[in-house]
Design a protein around this ligand. Structure first.
Ligand code: G1P
Ligand code: ZN
Length: 544
């Protein structure tokens, strides 16, 4: 075996963010950059001998090259086996599924999620641990610490592996197994949902749907599940071939970036159901005929209807949402007598709760919903969950959501993003807010009375770990809220996220435009945080 030990210097900036290490492609192509980070992961795993690693990515630019490098490093580091996705493709939820099914030591996912790809786009490396979930903070901190002292990495001198043929080959003593990217994942979803009933729904002449894979990783999964297995007509899946630059678009399923799908669902002769997923397949957007379901509402509706779905027939252990996600699911939990947990932003915080059997469903306002079937959010899972509910209830998406609001009240909700702000200015804004919040409780802001104001801190109920400074929040006496935090996934400048929420129990007032319903809170947020003057922007770049 030709193991090469390569001398290297640490890079100072390999601190994983909300979801792994994300940088531009040129940074990842810097000599030793990828290798240093991967070796830091391997060193943190400890003893790879006899272990299996899962490896795949969302197909973005540099995916294949990175996979070849990581395979050779895994071999040089002594892993027994690497399960790598066909063509280098594995969605984030499918990776989680494979790690769990084969009880591997963990997996590496190459993705920058919804960030654009291409030669000057973004790339990313995420490490998931043996529960199938994103590495918790103590692991990412250990990887980061290692990356700051690394002096060498190991790599095998060998020819590339053919990723386009299923089956086993060897790199040194390591078995490289190219696996079907879809099979294990599809088999898992089949245990959760009533495929016969969904199939009947999809065969009805009065029910049409379309799914936009946004030229990203879910294409092969959606073709296999929706069209081949569930019988949706060919052409149901749009943009179903993963492309290295996602066709030049931004693979983020929201009203702004998934505009092609939005035009179809809000156009003439619109289908009954539309959905989209992101770069690595963990996000989802749900649309009905001329109707948008906010992710926070979607989580609440899945929770309220869970017992209609075979995999959740016996009810839920509990639910969880990230702190900025609307409190719609809290109302469902209260009614059903379920525990409801509030965690910091990022899927990694749900892992302990699911492992401990405390929660079954989780979600984030950022188009992420999932359950304990894996340890990641799962785009296609959410789509099938909705299809299962539609098949059972035989109502339109809009009717289901409106009925939900009548029963539980409506949580008007919106997120305003200010992207590409100068980092110093963004930090000043947050620092000012932190200094201010201590004095706000009890004060009136416009017609709102501040009930609490703080910088969210979370103590994990399972392992006691504490995560501080997770977002400045102001809660008002009528249940309205606003939250300010900086994105931990961006790669250029800083992104300020402002989250706004108000509660409307009156069914006659539930059909307003959220931007109108939230207008007073939006104005107060600007006044409290001086957003316009500090960012120099007079409106958000993205509103969801
Ligand atoms: C964003 C979302 C967060 C999500 C993450 C990864 O992180 O806000 O909910 O978990 O992407 O998909 P942020 O950029 O806000 O740190
Ligand atoms: Zn994603």
């Amino acid at each position: 075996m030709d193991i090469r030990i390569v001398s290297t210097q640490p890079f100072p900036d390999q601190k994983p963010g909300t979801s792994g290490l994300r940088k531009s492609v040129p940074i990842f192509q810097t000599p030793h950059y990828l290798e240093n980070f991967v070796q830091s992961i391997f060193d943190t795993i400890g003893n790879p001998a006899g272990q299996t690693l899962v490896l795949g990515g969302d197909g973005r630019y540099y995916n294949r090259e990175a996979i070849q490098i990581i395979l050779k490093m895994a071999a040089a580091n002594g892993f027994a086996r690497v399960k790598v996705g066909y063509g280098g493709i594995l969605s984030t939820p499918a990776t989680s599924c494979v790690i769990r099914k084969y009880k591997t030591v963990g997996g590496i996912i190459l993705s920058a999620s919804h960030n654009p790809g291409g030669p000057t786009g973004d790339f990313g490396v995420k490490f998931n641990t043996d529960n199938g979930g994103p590495a918790p903070e103590k692991v990412t901190e250990a990887i980061y610490a290692r990356s700051k002292e690394i002096r060498e990495y190991k790599i095998l001198d060998a020819a590339d592996i053919d990723l386009d043929h299923l089956g086993e080959s060897r790199l040194g003593n390591t078995v490289i197994e190219v696996i079907d990217s879809v099979q294990d994942y599809a088999a898992l979803l089949e245990t959760l949902f009533d495929f016969d009933r969904i199939q009947q729904l999809l065969s009805r002449s009065d029910f049409r749907m379309c799914f936009d894979a946004m030229h990203a990783v879910t294409g092969p999964y959606a073709h296999a599940l929706l069209e081949r297995r569930l019988g949706a007509p060919a052409g149901t899946v749009h943009n179903g071939t993963p492309l290295p630059d996602f066709g030049g678009s931004h693979p983020d399923p929201n009203l702004v970036y998934a505009h092609d799908l939005v035009e179809i669902l809000f156009g003439e002769n619109a289908p009954a159901f539309g959905a989209a997923s992101d770069g690595d397949g963990d996000r989802n957007m749900i649309l009905g005929n001329h109707f948008f379901v906010t992710p926070s509402d979607s989580l609440a509706i899945l929770a309220a209807n869970a017992t209609l779905v075979p995999g959740y027939r016996d009810g839920l252990a509990g639910v969880a949402r990230s702190m900025p996600t609307s409190q719609a699911v809290d109302r469902v939990a209260a009614k059903l007598g379920l525990d409801c947990y509030e965690t910091p932003t990022g899927w990694k915080f749900f892992g302990n709760l699911m492992d401990a059997g405390k929660v079954t469903l989780c979600g984030e306002e950022s188009f992420g919903t999932g359950s304990n079937h894996v340890r990641e959010k799962d785009g296609l899972w959410a789509v099938l969950f909705w299809l299962n509910i539609l098949a059972v209830r035989q109502q339109s998406v809009a009717d289901i959501v409106r009925e939900h609001w009548q029963t539980y009240g409506r949580n008007y909700y919106s997120r305003h993003d200010y992207e590409g702000i100068d980092s110093d200015r963004a930090n000043t804004l947050i620092t000012n807010l932190r200094a201010k919040v201590g004095h706000l409780a009890g004060q009136s802001l416009g017609r709102y009375q501040v009930e609490y104001a703080d910088d969210f801190s979370y103590t994990d109920p399972i392992d006691g770990s504490v995560s501080t400074q997770q977002g400045v929040r102001l809660g008002f006496s009528d249940g309205s809220r606003m939250v300010f935090r900086l994105s931990g996934t961006g790669t250029q400048g800083a992104t300020l996220r402002l989250y706004l929420e108000s509660y409307e129990p009156d069914p006659h007032k539930q059909d307003r435009d959220p931007q109108v319903a939230l207008a007073d809170l939006i104005a107060i947020a600007d006044e409290v945080a001086q957003i316009r003057s500090l960012t120099g922007m007079d409106k958000p770049t993205v509103i969801t």
